[in-house]
Design a protein around this ligand. Sequence first.
Ligand SMILES: Cc1cc2nc3c(=O)[nH]c(=O)nc-3n(C[C@H](O)[C@H](O)[C@H](O)COP(=O)(O)OP(=O)(O)OC[C@H]3O[C@@H](n4cnc5c(N)ncnc54)[C@H](O)[C@@H]3O)c2cc1C
Length: 468
Amino acid sequence: SGTGRALLELTPGISAYGHPELSFFNQPDLELALREALGRAPGVELRPGHDVLGVNPRASAVEVTALDRAGGRRVRLDAAVVLGCDGARSTVRSAIGARLRGLSSPRRWLVLDTHREGDQPGCFEFGCDPARPWVHGTLPGGRHRWEFLLAPEESAAELERPAAVARLLEQRGHAGAEVLRAAVYAHHARVAERLVRGRVMLLGDAAHLSPPFAGQGLSAGLRDAMAAGWRAAGVARGRFDPEVLAGYGTERRPDAVRATALAVAVGAVVQTGDTRLAAARDLGLRAMLGLPGVESWVKGGGWRPSGGLPRKALRRASGRSRRPGEGRPLPQPVVGTADGRALPLDDALGPGFALIGLDVDPRAVLDAGAIEELGRLEATVVTVVAGTASAAGTAPPAGSTLPAGSTPPAGPLRDHQGHLREWLGTSPTRSLLLVRPDRLVLAVLAPNEAGPAFTRLRTSLLRPRSRP
Ligand SMILES: Cc1cc2nc3c(=O)[nH]c(=O)nc-3n(C[C@H](O)[C@H](O)[C@H](O)COP(=O)(O)OP(=O)(O)OC[C@H]3O[C@@H](n4cnc5c(N)ncnc54)[C@H](O)[C@@H]3O)c2cc1C
């Protein structure tokens, strides 16, 4: 608060998905790592230094024209699918005629990147000081990110000056730090009115722009990539009906709208500049956190967008109401393999569709028709049994990751602490979990329901000529 009192403290831990609930990193480091990984992936040819000029959707392909900056010549490509990840000023978005809907805030923030040798990542702070709201986080490598709200009468040029920057840092006990970047930004809360047209999809900032307060800009983009990747791969391989791509927009747009609304709400709390309003906010927040269950809900992250499937999409796919676990991301406990290794569950499932039998071997309870359908879906079939308690939890052990393309381990997987069963918390008769490649649980089924559910999924995905 403006008086320096902590209004709320959150202590993020390891999430049910096997990863830290909060991660700080320098975005260019992540981008470099992704680019290097892409360069090593089989069948990938990277062509840096090309500017996409136009995207022209056709019936059975998309024509892309680009400028090769080094050679100064135009190139033309026919693409089975185009993923428009070209940022806030997206050429692809304009090409498919998708306008951004929403608002741009008149408030401006000075964003400072600084460096102080030896500083370790620590807590992320929102300074709700009505005199000058600020945000601070320490990243790896001694880097700091600071954000300071500009008063309406202050100019960007005035606050970006080294003397003004030094004064702000000194006020926050950060005098003498090396300043790497100082730039003023306005925030946008906008989502494209459509994310898909034919074989063209929009991802990341091309699809949605969010104020940074909830850390959702990049995160929502990563969720887009999870939802788009398997669909695009299936269409590019000629297995999936291109209509499948439309489902990406239906699923991802509501999540992007929710993530953006959350960031706007957090921003409204942080950037209150009126002293009386700020005092009322502080009182209100304390009172709200005192209500039964509210503080634990906030600390448990119940307010975060889950990236799950909308109820409507689930109902359309299954013809019934949602069961517990359906449409949610699958938790990722560390599981023990029959040959004594410990693996994060995702690694054991492999990259495609998966059917998990909880305390039951799916092959022993499914009929021949259902097993044949699983084969057509190229699904991995595993059994997960709740084992005796051990040290295994949700944090992946170091060096446990299976190399991409490895065969899933043979034999049942042991969920030592029964995380999956506890999470599902449902009747033991519905013990089959049908999981999508992006690790969202599509259906929780009893054995006699499985065959028809697999057939529905297959007919909704596969092109007629891939069907038997
Ligand atoms: C100050 C600030 C703070 C932020 N803080 C956070 C945070 O704490 N947490 C968080 O999750 N997010 C944060 N974000 C948001 C995050 O940086 C973006 O959401 C993220 O970079 C979007 O990634 P993207 O790949 O969609 O777009 P970009 O990162 O914009 O990448 C687009 C790429 O497309 C390329 N490109 C553009 N046009 C063309 C073309 N015609 N042809 C070929 N290539 C093209 C560009 O060169 C670029 O490489 C912040 C953003 C800002 C500005």
